[in-house]
Each structure stands twice: as C-alpha cells, then as structure tokens.
Design a protein around this ligand. Structure first.
Ligand code: ADP
Ligand code: MG
Length: 698
C-alpha cells in the first residue's frame, strides 16, 4: 500500500533519470516531498472567451480555436512573428518576439488550440503577446479548471520534466494514495481552534483547486503548519536548554553599576538603553544562563549597554570579556570603555594578536588571579591559553562575523557557562530573528541618542562627478574627512582591485592639497593599521578603501561616505557603510555613485537608501527584495526545516501567531507527552530525522 514516505522512484511515471533530477534540483525524495512542490501560480481556465468579446482591459483570457496565418515581419531587433487566431466569432492577432523559428515550426494551422494570455494594445490593435498554448486534444487538458503551474529547472525542462509532467506525477501519487487518507500532522484541538483545513484536503486543493478562494484557505493551513513546526522546534530546544542550563546567579545589580550610574554617566541613557539593561539584568538575576541577542543600529549606543552589563558582573564578583571581530574594533572598544570608566576602580585590559609577549604574560597571569576585571579583545580571547578566574559574562560584538562554534568555545571557559550577550548592528526583521535566532532572547535598541542628524543620502550618476568633487572640496575645506569605498569581490578581484587603486590615484590628483590613504585586505596588518591610524588622527583626510572599513570603525569627524559602484552592494551592506558617517554632531552625507543604466531592482535599492535611514525598514525591504537568506548573519544559523509555501518576509503575522501558540503548548507540556500532543512530538521527530538524513546525503 502506498504511503507518503514512499520513495519517489516508486511513483508512476518517474524513471531513474527523472528521480535523479527531482532529487538534485528540487530536493524531492519521497511522495510527501513531491506533494510539497506547490504550484507557484494558477491560471484560470474555467472560462472560455469568444474572440469578439475581447477588450484590451481584460486580465488573462482563454480562447479556443485555430491559427489561420503566420508571418515574419520587421527587421533586426524589431523582427517578430505575427499570427491570426480565430474561433469563428472573430479574429485576433498573436505576436511573438522571441523563439520565432521554434514557434513557427511547432504551430500547425490544421490543429485546434487552447490559447491563454493577456490582451494588450500594440500598433493600434488588440493582440496577445507570447500566449501559452495547449493543443485542443491534449491528454491532461486543463480547460475548464484552474491550472497549476510548477517551478522546474532548465535541466528538468530539457529532460521533458516540465510543469505539466510534474503535475502528472502529482496526480498519479494522489490516485495511488486514494485508498488511504493523508494523515493529519496537527492535533485536532488546534485545527478546531485555528479553523484550519485538514491536511489531506489542503494538499489536494493546492494541486487541483476548485477555486482560487479555496486555495487561500489551503495555503494558509500549510503555511501555518510549516511555521508552527519551526517555532515548536525552536521553543522546545530553547526550553530544554533552559531547563538544563543553570547559570550564575547575579543577586544584585551591584555597587559598581550604581556608582557608574550615579557618578560617571557620560550622558543620559536613552529609554531604549535603559529598557535593554533591565532585560539583561532580569536574565542575569534569574539563575539561568543568559543567551541574549542585542540588536541596535550603528550608533545606537550598544557599547554603554555592554559596559553596564559587565559592571553588574563585576559587582557580583565576576569577570567579563568583550570580543570584537577586528583588532581596530577591539582597540576602539577598549578605548571607549576605559574612558567611560575613568575614575572607577575597574581594571580593563586589551588582548589581541599584536599584544607583546611580555605584556601578554602579565595580562594572562592577572586574568587567572582575578586582578583583571574586563578583558577586551579579538578572537584571541577564545584561545585555550586565555583562562579566567571567574568569567561570568561574555559580550560578543558584531555577531555575524563569529561562527556558532566560536561562541560555543566561550561557553566552555568555566564549569558553569558564562552569560552571553551577542550584539549586532545588522538589523534583522523581527519575524526572522524570532525564527533563526529562536533559541536566543532578543533585545532591541530602537532609538538613537538625541541630537543625531540623520545622514543625508543622494544618488549620483557618474556623469555628475564634477559636482561631487566640488561638494567633497567644500566639506574638506570645512575640516571634515571623507571615505570613498569601492566594491571588491572575489570573482572579479583583479578588475575590482584596479578600480580601487585607480580611484586612489584619482583622488590624489584631484585633491593634491590633502592627504589620501588607502585600506584594503591585501595590506599587511601593520600597513593597514598605519593607514587607519592616519585617518583616525586626521593626518589623512580622504580614505579610499574596500569594505574592510565596514565593521565598527568610529571616526566622528568623517562626514562624507562616497560609495562607488553602489549597484554592486546589497542593501544591508550599503546601510552598514553609511553608518560609518553621522557619528559626530555635523550633518553627514552618503553619496551613492552608479551608472546611468540600472536594473529595476537596483533602482529600487537606491530609492530605499535615499528614502530612509531606519535599519529595520531597510532590512525588511532587503528581505522582500532578495529573500530571507540574504540577511547577513542568518545563513549560518539557517532554518531547522525547509519552507515550501511560507515566506518569512511576507508571513510575519503567521510567524507571530504560530509562535504564540507554540509557546503556550511548550509552556504547559514541555515534553509534548500529553496524549493530545503526542502527534506533534511524532511529527517533530519525523521532520528532524528527515532534515538530518538528507543533510548527510547531499
Ligand atoms: P554602536 O551601537 O554602534 O556600538 P556606540 O556604542 O559606539 O554605538 O555609540 C555611538 C556613539 O554614541 C558613541 O560616541 C557614544 O558615546 C554615543 N552615545 C551612546 N549612547 C548615548 C546616549 N545615550 N546619549 C548620547 N550619546 C550616546
Ligand atoms: Mg559598536
């Protein structure tokens, strides 16, 4: 008897070759995988129109009739194929601009066709361009129904495995399963409570829909299920971790935080900073290990929040460390922490790859004796030689540069794992954070310190370079500094590098009265540091660089960020780069330079950058434009199970809804062992096993 778990090779009509293609290109291995290949659209074939009723404002229409003539017309790029199609009530012109020979050779004037397309006006006449065609006597005619259209790869199409073939396999599977109802995967009480369609019905409707309206209900049910199981998995993992993972109990906020708050505050914290410190304190005070992600746009003041958390550790007799992805950034953190702690009895040390041996030995010894309170550094901190007397809190800045494995190394630095605060300036849309970081708690600083002027962003075409230079000259004359950033990606490294060095020479010749420095990944560390130093100390006024400056550098006097070939950067990267300016009190500017000719997508990206400085809006837009996988820092975490129908960018509400429900369930039955919940436990185990199996194979 057939079963959803059956190997796709068993399905009627699937030979070895197709099975291989299905596995390679669609990740389909079982009947169930096949049924989860949902159509990406439906074309309405429930009505056949008469040609004489066609008007140019109609949406897609279906006609039935035959071609009476075909003609190649025009020359060169205007060459096209036109045909006249008739059904006895009238005639309409059909036009092709591509694949002319192929179309001319396959269409037969002796045959009847179903023709499907959108009427438009071209040369004062109504016609239809590039219609879909199906012979009138086709074996699976979709005439009279909604026709499902499936995604297929080029390779699949070449092997005859096109949308129709996919549909046929799916129909065969349904026929084979007929005697056996498709098992439910959600408990009945959820189906009732959330008004969900039964699973078997939803699957059938997706592939053979009676109406578009019903498809929406089916789709909702299937989206719900996908998102629900991801949330359930995340929350179960989270609750298991919490149950096992006891952490250090920080009983009080402590004398050091109080002293800092009363006597050393460099500025009044924003409400968002205060709220986040509270959230952190609640974790530290709970007796469980903290695993918190702190999101805050560049310049939102994460450093002070981290400092306050570290002071709570100190006040409870613990050490803390703060890890940054680059030496420059670690040094800047060290400097701003020491400055904020000026006059307080708290010892901060810096440990990086270039710390001198002797100094290093002293720091390590004092760390082990407990004399060092806060250690700032690069990933050198996770090395085994670095041992703390009592590490209570680890802060990790710019999360996406660190792998999960590195975080885990930090954990193992004591018998009891330290509390972990991960900070990132890459804003991740809430629904995505909830999903990929579902096992972390998330805090957000959604407010910038007062008095910040939003960076003004403009989009220039290369033709306006003279205007740009005039503008740069004026900024330099008033004492400001300027960044010029070039893309450098591995695939085209050679030509990119040439652009960079030419840009450097160009800036030197265009601004001879100023010093220009250059920073890129090929420099030796000390050369790079020297160039950075020159810019930080305003010995150099212009810095030409690749994206190495993206991470965290703080030069408040720099007020102009010019991004060359801006079309080659993603939205979040553009946003990160822009965050390098606007750190001082002056009005700052970001100039996006591009060619005149741009794709619609690029144009949209430029508009978004010009239109908003809000990192979350940009991240949402990025996710909509490029899909959730594009958001930096989320790839390595990934999703526990694949999504086939749900979309994290568009289905935010369902993400939230299913999360709330999953939370409720896990709270009342963490092991999912109540009789009415066991069905979910089985489904989770099944999904986990499958995810694992296929990841081992592929
Ligand atoms: P990020 O979140 O990018 O790490 P930082 O912690 O570096 O931001 O803070 C950016 C700048 O804003 C620093 O110069 C910092 O001193 C300043 N700052 C932080 N919080 C406040 C505040 N509440 N009021 C005024 N300035 C602040
Ligand atoms: Mg920072």
């Amino acid at each position: 008897m057939a079963d959803l778990n059956d190997d796709i090779r068993r399905a009627k009509g699937v030979g070895t070759r197709w099975a291989q293609l299905l596995s390679d290109d669609l990740d389909v291995h079982t009947y169930e995988d096949m049924l989860q290949q949902y159509p990406y659209k439906y074309v309405d074939r429930s009505h056949i129109y008469a040609v004489r009723d066609i008007t140019c404002d109609m949406a897609y229409v279906q006609l039935h009739g035959s071609f009476i003539s075909m003609n190649m017309v025009g020359e060169g790029s205007h060459r096209r194929l036109t045909a006249v199609f008739t059904d006895g009530t009238g005639a309409i012109e059909i036009v092709w601009f591509k694949g002319l020979e192929y179309v001319r050779n396959t269409i037969k004037t002796s045959e009847e066709y179903y023709l499907f397309g959108k009427p438009t006006v071209f040369g004062n006449r109504i016609n239809i361009v590039h219609p879909e065609l199906e012979k009138g006597d086709a074996t699976i005619s979709n005439a009279g129904t909604l026709q499902a259209v499936y995604n297929t790869s080029e390779r699949m199409k070449k092997a005859g495995l096109n949308s129709k073939a996919v549909q046929k396999i799916i129909l065969n599977i349904f026929a084979e399963l007929q005697s056996k109802p498709i098992a439910e995967t959600l408990p009945q009480y959820l189906i009732d409570r959330c008004h969900l369609m039964p699973r078997g019905e939803a699957l059938r409707i997706m592939h053979t829909p009676p109406s578009l309206q019903v498809v929406e209900n089916a789709r909702y049910r299937l989206k719900f299920e996908e998102l629900f199981y991801i949330q359930l998995k995340m929350l179960r993992t989270y609750s298991q971790k919490r149950m096992q993972q006891s952490g250090y109990l920080f009983a009080t906020s402590g004398a050091y935080l109080n002293d800092f708050y009363k006597n050393h505050l460099p500025f009044e914290p924003t409400n968002a900073q205060k709220r986040v410190v509270h959230e952190i304190y609640n974790d530290l005070h709970s007796g469980k290990q903290m695993n918190r992600l702190l999101q805050g746009d560049v310049g939102s003041g994460k450093t002070m929040v981290a400092l306050m958390a570290m002071l709570i550790a100190k006040g409870n007799g613990f050490q803390a460390c703060m890890m940054a992805p680059t030496e420059i950034l670690a040094t800047q953190h060290y400097e701003s922490l020491t400055k904020m702690l000026d006059g307080m009895p708290v010892r901060v040390e810096l440990l990086t790859g270039s710390t001198k041996q002797r100094e290093r030995r002293v720091i390590l010894a004092d760390l082990l004796s407990g004399a060092v309170d806060i250690l700032v550094g690069t990933h050198a901190l996770v090395e085994e030689t670095v041992q703390f007397a009592r590490l209570g809190l680890a802060v990790v800045d710019e999360q996406h540069r660190f792998g999960v494995a590195q975080r885990a190394k930090l954990w193992s630095k004591g018998a009891v794992p330290p509390h972990i605060l991960v900070m990132t300036a890459t804003p991740i849309p809430r629904t995505l954070a909830m999903t990929v970081y579902g096992d972390l708690d998330v805090s957000v600083i959604d407010e910038l310190p007062p008095g910040r002027k939003a960076v003004m962003t403009e989009h220039y075409f290369h033709e306006k370079r003279n205007n740009l230079n005039r503008f740069i000259r004026a900024q330099l004359a008033s004492g400001r500094q300027v960044y010029v950033v070039y893309p450098l990606i591995e695939e085209s490294e050679r030509s990119d590098f040439k652009n960079l060095t030419e840009g450097f020479e160009y800036m030197k010749s265009a601004f001879p009265e100023y010093k220009v420095c250059m920073v890129h990944g090929r420099l030796k560390p000390d050369e790079k540091d020297e160039a950075m130093r020159q810019f930080v100390e305003n010995e150099a006024q212009i810095m030409v660089a690749t994206t190495v400056i993206e991470v965290g550098v703080n030069v408040p006097n720099a007020s102009v960020m010019v991004i060359e070939s801006a079309e080659r950067f993603g939205l979040s990267q553009l946003h990160q780069l822009r965050g390098r300016v606007g750190r001082g009190a002056d009005q700052s500017y970001c100039i996006l330079m591009t060619d005149y000719k741009l794709s619609t997508d690029t144009r949209r990206r430029m508009e978004i950058m010009v239109g908003t400085t809000n990192g979350f809006e940009i991240a949402e837009a990025d996710m909509r434009l490029r899909g959730p996988g594009s958001i930096e820092g989320t790839q390595q975490s990934g999703l526990p199970f694949n999504l086939h129908v749900a979309d994290l960018a568009r289905d935010g509400q369902i993400v939230q809804y299913t999360r709330d429900i999953a939370q409720e369930i896990i709270k009342s039955d963490p092991t999912l062992s109540a009789p009415e919940n066991v069905i979910m436990l089985h489904r989770l185990n099944y999904l986990e096993k499958n995810a694992l199996n296929w990841s081992l194979i592929s």
